[in-house]
Every structure is written in structure tokens, then in C-alpha cells.
Design a protein around this ligand. Structure first.
Ligand SMILES: [Zn+2]
Length: 459
């Protein structure tokens, strides 16, 4: 059967893939700092016969690894960045490795090994069958700040691809055709004048007042934007003490919406709110655009082929210990009963290994796989890598991403992508159909990177 060699070679390399996932998990690096993860991934792929270029497309911690020649060109999109403050041991109780340190609370330590596994498995079977085609693995930094792939795309990445695949750790075997939100990220820096807050307040111009008034304006703006919008902010800097009028204040905004056009529109209106706040307080405002991404656009043709491939795979075999670990985490989850009552999870299941399903659920989270989805037909999937009540960006996910639960889900994801890609290589009509769908959806519009050329890549 097609795909058997690919699956077997992923199993044969499981030690290498698990070792890579474990090393990245043990050394969590946040956005644009993924130096070690990039290096270790490069070493594995070089050993496997891929030609590797680090610092690809002008992004220091990105990577491109290529094997093969000619068409089709198949891309795999690995990620490896961690999250702040999510350090956690492989334990069912909250117990950070280092309190306040970074951790893999979104399972991105598994994403690169899954894509590396898919690339290795596909290569092996293509070699065996002497199939023509090119495999490109991309190490993509900074997914958590949703700008890594846009910076790579700005540098020319992904244009070479016919189709691409991405996989994310999840709580079940899911393919979602719903939309994830587009985003703009920007900091608003207000500058005022200090003064003695008690004796001479009339001499001061408060940057903090300006930032607060901007937030008031933004909160009123919410009423007059489309329902598919989200606006959220955090103060990142305030100078001073109560007895000194603050001359510096910065506030960081995310605008999300289910369409990129809405994000751009609301962002322009938010800039007016910021300027209004500066005018009211006689301060100045500087807008620092940090980056952005498109809303996701799954390729349904590829999603259907992934589902077929997932159905052909043997189920993940959970051990007794895996089940106990997941059950303990579920017991500890205060929302467990609510999630059961809402029909989000099945009571007593703990590790959801059910057959892959296709959903159509829009979500206000974002995923920068969107950038590639507007360049070529691209699809992403999830497999179970955590207890079924896990909520990502929390410590139980960090625990599962370092546990055999995460590793097993990762290997399953690698196999699903390899088998799907193989089907596309062996049946060119799949790629033709995926491209027709893509052309229809984009209607001839070329991808325009949401990050202008003058925005520097964060160091
Ligand atoms: Zn993630």
C-alpha cells in the first residue's frame, strides 16, 4: 500500500524525532530567539540528506532544507518557538522547571519534529519509487507573535511551492475549515512632559492620561466595528511615580477580525483614536507597527486528502500511564464539567483518539500559516497531543508536550502529512484541483505582505 515505507521510516526515526522534540522542550526559546532549535533541526536534516540554509529569507532563526528535484514542490512548515511564563515539568501538578521561565505551552517543540518526520518519510518513499518532486522543509520562527511567516514571506519564502502542509498539536484528530482571525499588532508610544504632580501639575502633560484616553476611545469604538472584530491591549511602559507627571506611556494593541480587510479598516480608525487622545492631552504619539497576518484559508481539496490519509493510519496506542496522566490533568481542570456539559468533550475519555473529523468552526485565535495559505494551496491538521480538556497556552499543555502523549501525537501528525503528500505526488490531479480552488478563492489577487519593508525583524 502506498505510504507504508513513509510510515515505517518515521517509526524507524522516532528516536531522532523524539530527541529533537525533547531538546527543544527542555530549552524553550521565545519568538525570534530560536537559535538552538534552528541549529538542532538543521543538524538532523543535514544528516538525512537535505541541503540546509539557516537564516533563510533574511530571518536569522529561520531555516530552509531541500531535497529532490523538479515538480511538484511540497512544503512542510515547522515551528519551534515557546511561550513566556509557561515553564512546567512533565507532571500532573503545576510545578515549573524554573518559576516564571519560558515553556512549550502550545506544543511547538513537537511541530518541527513532526514536519521533519514527514519530510524524511516522504523522501524515503519517493526514493524507493523513483518519484520526481522536491521536498522543502521550512523552520518558521515566531508563530506565537504571528509574524514569523510574514517576515519570511516578505523575504521571498514559499513562492516556490505547489502545495504546503502544517500540523499543530491538538486534543483530537481535527481538520477545521473554519477561519482563524487576521491580525495587526502595534504599539502606541505617548510622550508628554514631566512636572511636580502636587505643586505644578499645570506644567505637566501626562502621557499616561493620553494612553488611558486612547483605551477609553478604543472601548467606545468596539460598538461601531463589525461583530467579527476583537480589540485587546496591554500597557507595556509607564514612566514615573504618582508625584511626577508621567512623560512616557506605551500601550500595545492587537486587532483581530475574521477578514484582513476589516483588520486594516479598524486599525486605521484606531490610529485616529490615538491621535485624538494625543491632541486632547497635548502629548505626542508614535505608532510602531509590529506586524500582522491574514485570516486563515484552508484548502478544502487538501483537507479532504488529509482526512483520507488519517483514516488509513493505525490508531495511536495510548499506554496505561498515558491514560492516567491525561485523567489526572482532566481532574485538575476546573472547567472540566462545564466542557462536558457544553458538549465540547466526552466525559471519561481523557485522550480523544476518535476518527478524524472535518469541522467548520471560526475562531478568534490566529495562526500565521495564513501567510502561506495566500501564496499556495495549504492545509493544516491537528492530532491528539494532550488530555482532551486541555486548553493551550496553559501549563498542562507544556506537561503533555514533554510527555509520551505529545510524542505519540507528533509521530501521528508526521505520518498523516507524509502519506497525504505522497498521495499528491502520485496523483497530480490532486494538486491541479487544489490550485483551481486556490485560484478561485484568491480571484487573481497576489499576496501582499502585511508587514511593510521598513519594519525591522525583532532581535
Ligand atoms: Zn501554537
Amino acid at each position: 500500500m502506498s505510504g507504508e515505507t513513509a510510515q515505517k521510516s518515521i517509526d524507524d526515526k522516532s528516536n531522532v524525532l523524539i530527541e529533537l522534540a525533547t531538546k527543544i522542550w527542555e530549552n524553550p526559546e521565545i519568538a525570534f530567539q530560536e537559535v538552538k532549535a534552528c541549529q538542532w533541526t538543521a543538524e538532523v536534516l543535514e544528516k538525512e540528506g537535505f541541503e540546509v540554509e539557516k537564516g533563510y529569507a533574511g530571518v536569522p532563526t529561520s531555516l530552509r532544507a531541500v531535497w529532490g528535484s523538479g515538480k511538484p514542490v511540497i512544503g512542510f512548515l515547522g515551528e519551534y518557538d515557546a511561550l513566556a511564563n509557561l515553564s512546567q515539568k512533565v507532571s500532573t501538578v503545576k510545578d515549573p522547571v524554573v518559576d516564571g521561565a519560558h515553556g512549550h505551552g502550545c506544543g511547538h517543540n513537537l511541530m518541527t519534529p513532526a514536519c521533519v518526520g514527514a519530510a524524511i518519510g516522504l523522501k524515503k518513499e519517493m526514493e524507493e519509487k523513483k518519484l520526481e518532486g522536491t521536498i522543502v522543509f521550512y523552520g518558521c520562527p515566531a508563530e506565537e507573535v504571528l509574524t514569523g511567516k510574514a517576515f519570511m514571506a516578505r523575504g521571498g519564502a514559499f513562492r516556490e511551492l505547489d502545495i504546503a502542509f502544517s500540523w499543530h498539536a491538538g486534543t483530537n484528530n481535527t481538520l477545521n475549515l473554519g477561519v482563524m482571525a487576521a491580525l495587526n499588532s502595534a504599539k502606541f508610544h505617548f510622550k508628554g512632559t514631566t512636572a511636580h504632580a502636587g505643586a505644578y501639575p499645570f506644567n505637566g502633560r501626562s502621557a499616561l492620561d493620553a494612553a488611558e484616553l486612547m483605551n477609553v476611545g478604543a472601548n467606545f469604538l468596539r460598538e461601531h466595528v463589525p461583530d467579527i472584530t476583537r480589540i485587546h491591549y496591554a500597557f507595556t511602559e509607564v514612566h514615573g511615580a504618582p508625584n511626577v507627571v508621567p512623560d512616557r506611556a506605551s500601550v500595545w494593541y492587537y486587532i483581530r477580525a475574521l477578514s484582513r480587510d476589516t483588520v486594516v479598516d479598524v486599525y486605521e480608525r484606531l490610529i485616529k483614536v490615538a491621535r485624538g487622545a494625543a491632541m486632547m492631552t497635548e502629548t505626542e504619539v508614535e505608532v510602531e507597527f509590529m506586524g500582522g497576518c491574514y485570516n486563515t484559508m484552508q484548502n478544502e481539496t487538501l483537507v479532504n486528502v488529509i482526512k483520507e490519509a488519517m483514516e488509513e493510519l493505525p490508531e495511536i496506542e495510548w499506554s496505561e500511564e498515558d491514560m492516567k496522566f491525561a485523567e489526572a490533568l482532566n481532574k485538575d481542570n476546573p472547567d472540566y464539567d462545564r466542557m462536558v456539559a457544553a458538549g465540547l468533550i466526552e466525559k471519561g475519555v481523557h485522550l480523544d483518539n476518535s476518527a478524524p473529523s472535518i469541522r467548520r468552526t471560526d475562531a478568534f485565535g490566529s495562526n500565521d500559516v495564513s501567510e502561506v495559505q495566500y501564496i499556495c494551496p495549504t492545509a493544516f491538521l491537528t492530532t491528539p497531543c494532550a488530555n482532551n480538556a486541555a486548553v493551550f497556552h496553559q501549563w498542562p499543555t507544556t506537561a503533555c508536550a514533554g510527555h509520551s502523549i505529545g510524542m505519540k501525537g507528533m509521530l501521528q501528525g508526521a505520518k498523516a502529512m507524509a502519506v497525504t503528500a505522497l498521495k499528491a505526488v502520485e496523483n497530480p490531479e490532486i494538486i491541479t484541483k487544489a490550485k483551481e480552488e486556490f485560484d478561485k478563492a484568491t480571484n487573481g489577487k497576489k499576496y501582499i505582505c502585511p508587514i511593510p519593508d521598513d519594519v525591522p525583524i525583532p532581535q
